[in-house]
Design a protein around this ligand. Structure first.
Ligand SMILES: Nc1nc2c(ncn2[C@@H]2O[C@H](COP(=O)(O)OP(=O)(O)OP(=O)(O)O)[C@@H](O)[C@H]2O)c(=O)[nH]1
Ligand SMILES: [Mg+2]
Length: 207
């Protein structure tokens, strides 16, 4: 992938021009949102950059972010005209006690397995790291649940250009996907943010 045409900062996206409303935060993975609309869900390890990427694609700071893993603890819903964006807690955060970890895992697994209106899952992986055991379990869960996914690499700004090229190849091989199907992003620099916003809008509006 080549990001040399990526705008440097703060690109306007197709989602940035839409009104958005915070709906609420819910502990139940099956919480029913009214009115019923298509849903796009953000998934990834704790601290991978889900909430930051949501803020980047919608061009506003709507999701809470933090340098400390485990920031998002509930299913968080934002409503756009015609669809919902859902922010999920991260998986694989080791420093929680067993019951909290269990609760978060049940929330994430339940949302992936059973929410009937999810059109696509935006699945995030840190570009710097090989997929973890949890990532690979999540891949199996997505496949098992028959979920379509947009696979995103995050924090591309943390690598040099040559490291990025190598990393995209390595991640594609580890995930057994085509490198061209990986969306390499940086929320910090705006890399591929307009493109990702369009993929999300397209998925949400497919009939
Ligand atoms: N350099 C860089 N840092 C990033 C980027 N995206 C996110 N971060 C940082 O990564 C940390 C975690 O970001 P969040 O967006 O809160 O991550 P999250 O996946 O929502 O985390 P949880 O809610 O805890 O699962 C924060 O310190 C962000 O500033 C990026 O593109 N580049
Ligand atoms: Mg978060």
């Amino acid at each position: 992938m080549n990001d040399s045409y990526a705008p440097p900062t703060d690109p306007k996206t197709v989602l940035a021009i839409l009104p958005v409303e915070f709906v609420g935060s819910f502990p139940d993975p099956n919480h029913v949102l009214e009115p019923a609309l298509p849903e796009v869900m953000f998934l990834g390890r704790s601290n991978v950059g889900k909430s930051s990427l949501i803020n980047a694609v919608v061009g506003r700071k709507i999701a809470k972010t933090s340098g400390t893993p485990g920031k998002t603890q509930l299913l968080v819903a934002f409503r756009f005209p015609g669809f919902y964006l859902l922010d999920l807690p991260g998986y694989g955060y080791a420093k929680l006690n067993q019951s909290e970890r269990r609760r978060l895992r049940d929330l994430v697994d339940g949302a992936i397995r059973t929410r009937p209106r999810v059109r696509t899952v935006v699945w995030l992986l840190d570009i710097r790291h090989e997929p973890s055991k949890d990532d690979l379990m999540m891949r199996d869960l997505l496949a098992d649940a028959g979920r379509e996914a947009i696979v995103v690499l995050t924090k591309a700004d943390k690598l040099t250009q040559s490291e990025r090229i190598q990393a995209v190849r390595d991640r594609a091989r580890a995930l057994d996907v085509d490198p061209d199907d990986l969306v390499m992003t940086s929320s910090a620099k705006g890399t591929s943010i307009p493109e990702l916003a369009e993929l999300i809008q397209d998925a949400a509006s497919e009939t």
